[in-house]
Design a protein around this ligand. Sequence first.
Ligand SMILES: [Cu+2]
Length: 205
Amino acid sequence: MGRFAVIVIMIFAMNALAVVHPVTVVPGTTFSPITVIAAPGDTVRWTNMGGFHNVAHAGFPQLFRNGDPSSGTWVFSYRIPDTTGITALPYVCEAHLDQGMAGTITVVPSSADDGAIPTAFRVGDVYPNPFNATANLEVVLPQTTQLTAEIYNFVGQKVATLFSGTAGAGTHVLPIDGSQWSSGIYIARIQAMNRETFRKLVLMK
Ligand SMILES: [Cu+2]
């Protein structure tokens, strides 16, 4: 397939507002939310609400691990380094690897240039991806704005409109339902604030 040129406007922050992103380790085998969109300098904080779990970066070198899996209420914080070049920090619970207990921190450049309100919107990765039938797309808006999110198939036909209208500031999780689509590659096209971003999806049934 042809490649979409994605222009990434990278505005580096000198005094970005650091944010704490909470993740709940819920009873069962799920991190919630599964995907966190964060900037360098932000902190991700996991809280175990029950079950025998841990949190371990699934990369090399391993950047964080809170220890061996344990039950009981534990809290673990990890501050994303200011170094550039990290775009994603996948992590797992080592006790439930075989059950797919995993999450991702998607690292995007901070768009705050003065510690104030970010000026650009952020789009996370589609998760899970590849997916079977359903997935989620996360869009973070710094202000109320017009938002359009559409899915196109391999030959450029629109197969779904996830959202079209006015959306408020904050994090929007847009569900993707591919249960009626055939397996293959799809493209999510997200437009807001005079910018356009694309994400590739792989549907495997
Ligand atoms: Cu676990």
